[in-house]
Design a protein around this ligand. Sequence first.
Ligand SMILES: C[S@@+](CC[C@H](N)C(=O)[O-])C[C@H]1O[C@@H](n2cnc3c(N)ncnc32)[C@H](O)[C@@H]1O
Length: 366
Amino acid sequence: MLVSLNEYARAHGKSGDTLRRMAEKGQLHSAQKIGRNWVVDCDEDYPVQKRNVQKKYSVVSLFSGCGGMDLGFTGGFEFLGKRFGKTVFDIVWANEISSAACKTYRSNLGDHIIEGDINKVIGQLPTAADVVIGGFPCQDISVNGKMLGIKGKRSSLYTAIVDAVERLHPKVFVAENVGGLLMKKNEESLNKILEDFGALGYRIHYQLYNATDYGVPQTRERIFIVGTRADVPAFKPPAPTTSVPITVKEAIKDLESRAQDERFSHIWSLANVSGQQGNRRMIADRPGYTIRAECHGNIQFHYSLPRRISMREAARIQSFPDTFMFPSKLRETERQIGNAVPPVLAWHVAKSIEATLGGANEARRI
Ligand SMILES: C[S@@+](CC[C@H](N)C(=O)[O-])C[C@H]1O[C@@H](n2cnc3c(N)ncnc32)[C@H](O)[C@@H]1O
């Protein structure tokens, strides 16, 4: 039975104006205009307003460290006055062997991290996940290490990521490592890694990224291996966001006159110069050198002050927001910061994966 739009509105506790707008937009299928008045079939269900709920993709994170890559993947932070918005990713399960790194992770990202050796806890993985990420240990591949490649005990741990991908069959996986993996010496290791992932039926894209190209004030080079499942479009890597690198001075100048402050991790090592690395002084109008995990006596000197850079300065050079807290002492904080994937670089990779998964479009459709 046809009733006036006002009657229909009253029956559903809405205003006549709201219903008129809906009728004009065609959101009421039976509505029709008779003369100057709208009428509608009183049996038509009131349309449920579709909420713009953002689809979340579940992520399992291995070798999570203090959470640099995970922060980048989830977004929702600021760095040097720029906002890196929330992504469509939600970390549901993470793992890390170091108890101190887990503590930092929990302080900043949540309780979903499990402490332990991945080989012992892999059975506790959830039954499904959309994405698997992990920066596997790199000491055996790094030019600063013994270069044993994946035959080394630590870097062979990439097989845990292979195992997780095999168990969870995610839409996408990301394995991150040092740029040295692309060196001739590591060719065999790289080929074996690509072969193992490829055998799971994933389309593989790998590329070297220089963090400076993405707004990180550091010449850190890292390789990201991204695998997409056969039913997922191919991954398109993020294009560099800048050709003008952020300099260290721009990144840390405001900390120059700040006194040591343990709660803010603005503390520095007093270790003497150790070899060539320890002699390195940053250059004010250039991006910083790679922040290393095994640094202590090797961490670079401030560009103008008679001291090594502080942990907060190292965190800035790694693009951690100032709100990211490191509850450990100096040595351990050095390790966690140096091990991390720069959150800003990880954010750009995550946004490209979001686009691959149709994240933004899907969210609009819901
Ligand atoms: C390169 S770091 C990862 C950093 C992290 N992606 C980030 O962005 O902060 C590798 C991490 O793997 C952890 N690790 C090494 N062996 C492990 C094992 N057997 N099980 C779990 N984690 C392990 C190390 O403690 C280290 O934190």
